[in-house]
Write a protein that binds this ligand. Structure first.
Ligand code: FAD
Length: 511
């Protein structure tokens, strides 16, 4: 078989070679020509062409490919979701890349005996398709989301999956009850908290290291009809964090809160991409800087909230409910922006930003993004140095910063977190035109390094989210000794030859 793959390399551009490979593997699905897609990602800074880009039709095909790779001395296999990684994590340099989207749109909504409702979905399904089908066919929706939904179920579950609902329900990894996984030995398992639990928790947040997720059971709840989407401006970081933390903990005392809580820092400038004009939600609304105190600094903050409601709710009761939740918050009263939209429109809000970025060439430019979790105890220092000094002119895109709660995450998964109960996600979603119109990607990567080094030097309690390291020493430090030992044990058990997800650069393929 491997001779066949080698032959495929030289003949890869011929349809014959492609279909023969598919036949030789006995796949239901297909093997694509190189394309180029499999050697690129959203980050746009790495490019590793694979040996073949394979479109599996189901878990059996995935297992067949992994088993074939295991027979060789050096082949690796990368599951590619929608390729929205930044640093080549879904690539396999001269290895086999699986196009997980080809697993199809399998979706079945099931009500368990205990009343729990979940969707049984393909690991390669896009969350936007899961949303549309769950809402339109069943009036239900997953509880926990990412901001942007053209990401696959398996891709986000391999990391965590975080958005403004995570303070209440935890990340997406806390909202699945069962997975179907193909391990690095080519075995297919169903796993859950009770069955093959080590594989279940290992795969969640496991950076693709222990298995390829081919199906997931995702918890659902009734979908609301409408959302009131609100933005509140703050000039002081202390006021912003006090209110954000209040909103993400209020439910503990039986209080009510918003259904979504996020926040971001933005430049106190008139730059449309990342300054004051980027804040209003409705084109009719404007941000009048005259409402800002004279003492305002170079960076301002915005709490972003959402309140769900039904079409049958009276407008006055929606207003009353929202005003009650806003009561006592210390934002600049004149700088409150809001819009009402359907639940699906709200969840697909970043799709509109994508269309805009595609139209002006920014979507396809390199994206040296940096995502981190920073403990509550260090976030004020982070703000003083990183937002107010290093990034005081903005980054051409959103600088998300909002609190999350450790107790909503399951520490049996592979995700690593800071120690404190409240920690902040910081996401520097740099969106600048390609060099030379914008800054060079190298300079932005260097700025990311400067930020990481500052956090390290100051001894901050922080972790990278969607991590990327070059050496195993760095990975060990990232996990910390206990979690690293567990990660290595899981690797030995489920992918002993280190065939899977080579683009993460954690383990080397065992010959
Ligand atoms: P890929 O990039 O294709 O793969 C990521 C990793 O997972 C690779 O190592 C790959 O081998 C592995 N993998 C993929 N599929 C599987 C599978 N089925 N089984 C096992 N391993 C698999 N993240 C958030 O948490 N919240 C956000 O709000 C958010 N917004 C984003 C917005 C944009 C515009 C972008 C580009 C990214 C965003 N992300 C966000 C990050 C995103 O969650 C990750 O990049 C995720 O990995 C992308 O999913 P994907 O399907 O494209 O995965």
């Amino acid at each position: 078989m491997i001779a066949y793959l080698e032959c495929f390399v030289s003949e890869s551009r011929h349809d014959d070679g492609v279909s023969s490979l598919s036949k030789a593997l006995g796949l239901q699905g297909t093997v694509a020509d190189f394309g180029g897609e499999a050697g690129r990602d959203f980050g746009g800074m790495k490019s590793f062409p694979p040996l073949a880009f394979i479109r599996p039709a189901g878990a059996d095909d995935v297992a067949r490919v992994v088993k074939e790779a295991a027979r060789s001395s050096n082949l690796t296999v990368a599951a590619r979701g929608n390729g929205h990684s930044i640093n080549g994590q879904a690539m396999a340099d001269r290895g086999l890349v699986l196009d997980m989207r080809s697993l199809g749109e399998h979706l079945r909504v099931v009500r368990a005996i205990d009343g729990t409702v979940y969707a049984d979905v393909s690991g390669g399904a896009l969350w936007e398709d899961v949303l549309k089908r769950c809402v339109s066919e069943h009036g239900m929706a997953p509880r926990s989301w990412t901001d942007y939904l053209s990401l696959t179920v398996g891709g986000t579950l391999s990391n965590a999956g975080v958005s403004g609902q995570a303070f209440r329900y935890g990340p997406q990894t806390s909202n699945v009850t069962e997975l179907e996984v193909v391990t690095g030995k080519g075995e297919i398992f169903n796993c859950s908290e009770k069955e093959n639990s080590e594989l279940f928790f290992g795969a969640l947040g496991g950076l693709g290291q222990f298995g390829i997720i081919t199906k997931a059971k995702v918890l659902l709840q009734p979908a609301p009809d409408m959302v009131r989407w609100i933005r509140l401006v703050y000039t002081e970081f202390d006021d912003f964090t006090r209110d954000a933390e209040l909103l993400v903990t209020r439910q503990d005392d039986g209080g009510d809160s918003f259904d979504y809580v996020e926040g971001f820092a933005f430049a106190n400038s008139d730059n449309p991409a990342d300054g004051r004009p980027s804040v209003p939600l409705d084109p009719q609304e404007t941000f009048d800087p005259a409402h800002l105190p004279r003492t305002s600094g170079p960076i301002l903050y915005c709490l972003e909230l959402a309140h769900h409601y039904r079409n049958t709710d009276r407008p006055s009761s929606v207003d009353t409910g929202v005003n009650r939740l806003l009561g006592g918050l210390g934002f600049v009263e004149e700088l409150k922006f809001q819009v009402d939209l359907t639940y699906v429109e709200f969840l697909l809000r970043v799709k509109r930003a994508e269309e805009h970025a595609k139209a002006n060439g920014i979507w396809d430019a390199p994206h040296p993004w940096l995502n981190m979790f920073v403990s509550k105890s260090d976030i004020a220092d982070f703000d003083r140095t990183v937002f107010k000094k290093i990034l005081k002119d903005g980054i051409g895109g959103p600088m998300l910063v909002y609190p999350l709660r450790r107790s909503k995450w399951d520490t049996r998964t592979s995700v690593v977190l800071p120690e404190s109960e409240i920690f902040y996600i910081v996401a520097l979603l740099r969106s600048t035109p390609p060099y030379p119109k914008g800054p060079s990607a190298e300079n932005l990567v260097a700025q990311n390094q400067e930020i990481i080094q500052y956090c390290t030097r100051k001894g901050f309690d922080f972790k990278l989210y969607l991590p990327h390291y070059r050496s195993q020493e760095d990975w060990k430090r990232h996990f910390g000794s206990d979690q690293w030992s567990r990660f290595v044990e899981r690797k030995k058990c489920f992918d002993p030859m280190a065939i899977l997800a080579p683009g993460q650069k954690i383990f080397s393929r065992v010959p």
